[in-house]
Design a protein around this ligand. Structure first.
Ligand code: ADP
Length: 481
């Protein structure tokens, strides 16, 4: 999983969390406010009912209906306050009922009497004509042989409108909060993951050819800094081990060169004596074959030595600017004979000079190895085409043949050392499987790449990409020319 998908996953989780929290908070706020408003209204109504019961009901027998009405009007003014007050008897007769409120929201005479007289304190909601409701609190008080019922009511439209306003505020506010939280969260997550992405991108670039590169260490003082430092220490150890292994290969192949050269010159001198006819034919043939093998071994050791030195970074790469197209032309000319022997034609498509900075001798080796392969693996009468051109500020060298091609399952391995695709078919051809390894090592030492595309039976294309010489180098070259 890459850093981008971690970022997306974290953001998705975070968004879900923010939405759940915000919606939960909104629902909780709505519910608790609703409860509180209702409780407060019930409390107020209950207090008033108690008040009427204590102040008025206890003297009910002393009031005439008019006096009762006046008393309640004076003390509670129910019509002005949008309140409903009713004093009734449990037999269903009404002693007092308040008048219509100012806004005529309800008609007190149509509010039904309580159905149940068993509970001392009751609470109910009456649906009015409109969509509004009236909250009623009633008390039943036994007095002088009667069961008096005092009811106090208030429309809940104010509560409803306060709750409606809260819902509107939540509907507008919550999405804004969610958007801000998610955007801020995304920014923070991106910032937090940025060092991880930098470490990943750098680590991806590190191969055996640039093992000296280190991961960036952001001085954050956290686990990421620690991780980058630990990985760098690991790279340090890997680099050291790799250098030791490369140096060992370089030293070993270097040590092998001298005895091999001596062996070859000894064999060559014996061979020259052979011409004088001093040795029997069978021995001469054997010496010839041993010399051939010694030369082959010598070639392998030279190849190994070159790769090991490039790997160990010991090989000095020149940095003169030169025209890659001209190098291709001169190398092809020198190898023309080899191609002619197989009646293979070589075409060069290089419309203009392409300047690269590097080691001409080593890049010539690249051309030699690639052309050698193309000739080896192309049947008689085939065509090999070299193209040299510029593409996206890079120098491109492409060599295409219409030879036997490489089976797709072999392609990933052909740059490996000593790898020879399809051993059976390769047996007839010379080569130790080091040619392409040398090509890649030289290209990497120049900061370039080597890639192969091939279709079995159709042909192979090898593409070399090299950095261009910078302007100064090109100008120096032009001035010198
Ligand atoms: P070798 O010395 O065997 O040529 P290389 O490293 O140059 O070693 O190549 C590795 C293998 O890749 C070869 O054995 C061969 O099978 C395959 N190969 C390389 N170039 C070509 C080509 N132009 N056409 C077909 N096969 C190729």
């Amino acid at each position: 999983m890459n850093v981008r998908s971690i970022h997306v996953r974290l953001i998705l989780w975070y968004t879900v969390l923010v939405i759940f929290t915000s919606v939960g908070f909104g629902a909780y706020t709505y519910q608790s406010l609703r409860q509180r408003l209702y409780d407060e209204m019930k409390e107020t109504l209950t207090r008033r009912v108690e008040h009427v019961r204590d102040d008025v009901l206890t003297h009910i027998t002393t009031y005439t209906p008019d006096a009762l009405k006046r008393e309640i009007q004076d003390v509670y003014s129910p019509e002005e306050n949008d309140r409903f007050i009713r004093i009734s008897n449990s037999d269903g007769s009404t002693l007092y009922v308040s008048g219509s409120p100012r806004d005529k929201n309800f008609d007190p005479s149509r509010i039904p009497l309580p159905k149940d007289y068993t509970a001392k304190v009751s609470e109910r909601m009456e649906q009015l004509r409109s969509s509004e409701k009236l909250l009623l609190v009633g008390f039943i008080t036994p007095l002088a042989g009667n069961n008096y019922v005092v009811e106090m009511g208030a429309p809940i439209d104010q509560i409803d409108s306060a709750l409606r306003k809260l819902i509107i505020t939540l509907l507008i506010g919550l999405p804004v909060i969610i958007i801000i939280a998610v955007a801020g969260g995304s920014l923070l997550i991106r910032r937090a993951l940025h060092p991880v992405e930098t470490i990943r991108a750098t680590a991806e670039q590190i191969t055996f050819s640039n093992l000296r590169q280190r991961l960036p260490v952001a001085a954050t003082g956290d686990a990421l800094e620690h991780l980058a430092k630990t990985l760098n220490q690991m790279l340090e150890r890997l680099d050291l081990a790799y250098q030791q292994a490369s140096r060992f290969s370089a030293d070993a192949s270097h040590e092998l060169r001298t005895p091999l050269t001596i062996m070859r010159s000894e064999l060559e001198s014996i061979e020259s004596t052979m011409h004088a006819g001093q040795l029997p034919l069978a021995i001469r043939e054997r010496i010839g074959s041993v010399l051939e093998e010694a030369e082959r071994l010598s070639g392998i050791v030279e190849g190994l030595f070159a790769i090991a030195r490039l790997d160990a970074g010991e090989a000095k790469i020149g940095h003169e600017a030169f025209d890659l197209a001209a190098l291709v032309r001169s190398t092809v000319e020198q190898m023309q004979l080899l191609a002619e022997e197989k009646r293979i034609s070589i075409l060069i498509d290089a419309p203009g000079p392409v300047f690269v900075a590097g080691d001409a001798a080593r890049l010539k080796q690249v051309i030699v190895n690639l052309l050698d392969n193309a000739i080896k693996y192309t049947l008689a009468g085939g065509i090999i085409t070299f193209s040299v051109f510029l593409e996206q500020a890079k120098a491109i060298l492409r060599i295409k043949d219409n030879g036997i091609g490489i089976p797709s399952e072999e392609l990933p391995h052909i740059f490996e050392r000593f790898y020879r695709a399809d051993k059976v078919r390769s047996r007839t051809t010379q080569g130790a499987g080091l040619g392409l390894s040398i090509v890649r090592a030289i290209c990497q030492a120049h900061g370039g790449t080597a890639q192969v595309q091939s279709t079995e039976g159709t042909g192979t294309i090898v593409t070399i990409e090299l950095p261009l010489a910078d302007r100064n180098l090109q100008e120096n070259f032009n001035a010198a020319a």
